[in-house]
Ligand binder design. Structure first.
Ligand SMILES: Cc1cc2nc3c(=O)[nH]c(=O)nc-3n(C[C@H](O)[C@H](O)[C@H](O)COP(=O)(O)OP(=O)(O)OC[C@H]3O[C@@H](n4cnc5c(N)ncnc54)[C@H](O)[C@@H]3O)c2cc1C
Ligand code: SF4
Length: 504
């Protein structure tokens, strides 16, 4: 079989893979990045503008991973990014810091979970400098709060400018603050100068490139470092290994079906929590915890309907976060997570969600008077929630939220309804839980830890079994945090990139 060679071979071009690759290339290492999906259309092109709609993205799922995953025995196409840039090509760019309590969740869950399931092998204060570097890299715009820290303090260079607050958010912010709630502006990795303030943002590709994506980092690094090669439509098939060493990676060119081998000094898996586990399983890399403890947040959505316009049909309204429920409520004093606003769903999605019978003008009126909010409930790791392969190589995902996850999601649903009513909503409607394929916050299938028996990766995110094999995507996380995972993934990828560079 034909063989290519490189210093560092990265599998997957999402935030984890993109950031490791660009870090290593900037330090002079030769780097190849394999991405099983295609390149997205060029920013600003007519094709990019066409894609920016709920039809192509949310219904046809053009930017998503095109594999079938059997979710609890039902075939589904997962709603995660499947092109260069990974899920950062369609994400919401709310890049929030986890809180110190997220790295020591034993205080909250110690009585429910054995410590090997929740323990992080790194302290928050050791990790914090990487969060700061990640925020700079992505141009996160946001402001430090006194009692909750979703982002960094302004440093000497100041912070990027934020998008102006939409009028509805000015009203909601004022009302919630006056009522004593901990409400703040979401830290967003969106370039205010290039942003069109679209009504649809999270979930669809950005037509202008205003939203930070891993592809931007790879493109910028590729322009300055000739040693970085991105290979789209190239799928990692199987790691070849013997006697505790990785000998090479079998890959497939998805355009001509040709298989060949790539050999590297170091291999970095960043194929997403499902994809990385699937590749390790397909390669016969064994570990009792591999593929287990899959998490993706238990996320209740509540829609508030206002008498006056929220602008949801015309402009960008995902701008606020609330931290009142992070550590629970008086009636349920259990750790939960943040609440954040969402864009109003488009007319096609509203129709798909049971409002098809309503005339289009009424649906449009509803969009223009709604403000949806979502809760990010930290779902607990469970070894039973796992990725597996069947004999024919198909990916199977078995997942059920625990009664405890659902109980907290229920409490947060009631909390969000109260918040929206305080903010002026006349009516609130609790949505159904998102369907099983909405696993954008997937993580946990190759956790890192101090103990090789309980963790697939060592604290440096190197597999215990093969010292030249690293994992740099969201798989490494032992618990799912009370905020979205992307900033933590990017920060950890910067850390792993630095470890690799020092090693090589
Ligand atoms: C709609 C949506 C909205 C989101 N919004 C937010 C948000 O606002 N804030 C936040 O913090 N997080 C958000 N997220 C989550 C965030 O995008 C992810 O946490 C992040 O992208 C994870 O990065 P990753 O590197 O782990 O993997 P991914 O981004 O999943 O990238 C993995 C890549 O690997 C490729 N791949 C898979 N298998 C192979 C293979 N065998 N060979 C080659 N390539 C392969 C995939 O095609 C993909 O491109 C959102 C996600 C989605 C889907
Ligand atoms: S609102 Fe801004 S960041 Fe979001 S898709 Fe539109 S241009 Fe891109």
């Amino acid at each position: 079989m034909f063989t290519e060679e490189t210093d560092v071979l990265v599998i997957g071009s999402g935030p984890g893979g993109g950031v490791v690759a660009s870090t290593c290339a900037a330090r002079g290492l030769s780097v190849m990045v394999l991405e099983r999906g295609a390149l997205p259309p060029v920013e600003g092109s007519p094709a990019a503008r066409r894609e920016h709609g709920e039809g192509p993205s949310l219904i046809e799922r053009q930017p998503c991973d095109d594999r079938t995953v059997w979710c609890n025995d039902v075939p589904r196409q997962m709603y995660v990014g499947g092109r260069a840039g990974g899920s950062s090509g369609i994400y919401g760019a709310a890049l929030l810091r986890p809180q110190p309590v997220d790295f020591e969740p034993g205080a909250a869950y110690g009585a429910r979970l054995p410590s090997e399931l929740w323990r992080w092998p790194i302290r928050y204060d050791e990790f914090e400098p990487w969060l700061q570097r990640a925020e700079r890299l992505c141009g996160v715009a946001g402001a430090l709060q006194r009692d909750f820290q979703p982002c960094r303090a302004a440093d000497g260079g100041g912070l990027p400018s934020e998008l102006p607050l939409a009028p509805i958010n000015q009203r909601v912010l004022g009302r919630l603050q006056r009522a004593g709630h901990h409400v703040w502006r979401l830290p967003l990795a969106i370039d205010a100068d290039r942003c069109l303030r679209c009504d649809q943002c999270a979930g669809v590709p950005c037509p202008t490139g205003a939203r930070w994506s891993a592809l931007r980092v790879l493109t910028t690094a590729g322009q300055s470092c000739r040693s970085l090669i991105l290979k789209p439509r190239t799928e990692a098939v199987r790691l070849e290994h013997a006697a505790g060493r990785i000998d090479g990676l079998e890959v497939c060119n998805r355009d001509d079906g040709r298989h060949y081998r790539i050999r590297a000094r170091r291999y970095v898996l960043a194929a997403g929590a499902i994809g990385t586990a699937a590749l390790l399983l397909a390669s016969g890399i064994e570990h009792a915890q591999l593929g287990r403890n899959f998490m993706y947040h238990c996320s209740p959505v509540v829609v508030g309907l206002f008498l006056s316009s929220t602008g949801g049909r015309r402009t960008f309204i995902k701008q606020l976060g609330v931290s009142d429920y992070y550590n629970g409520t008086p009636d349920l004093p259990q750790k939960m997570g943040i609440v954040q606003s969402l864009p109003a769903p488009g007319p096609v999605l509203l129709a798909k969600n049971g409002l098809r019978a309503l005339p289009v003008p009424l649906r449009q009126w509803l969009r223009d008077h709604m403000l949806p909010m979502v809760g990010i409930v930290e779902d607990l790791p469970s070894p039973e929630n796992r990725v597996q392969l069947s004999g024919d190589g198909q990916i199977h995902l078995h997942h059920r939220f625990s009664a405890f996850d659902l109980q907290r999601a229920g409490a947060l649903t009631r909390g969000i309804s109260r918040l929206l009513k305080t903010a002026g909503a006349r009516l609130t409607v609790a949505g159904k839980m998102p369907p099983a394929e909405h696993v954008g916050h997937q993580c946990g299938t190759a956790r890192f830890g101090h103990n090789r028996q309980h963790a697939v990766l060592d604290p440096q995110c190197r597999t215990w079994s093969h010292p030249e094999l690293y994992v740099a995507d969201a798989s490494f996380m032992p618990t799912s945090l009370g905020v979205g995972p992307a900033l933590t993934v990017i920060a950890n990828a910067l850390r792993v990139g630095e470890i690799l560079c020092n090693e090589l």
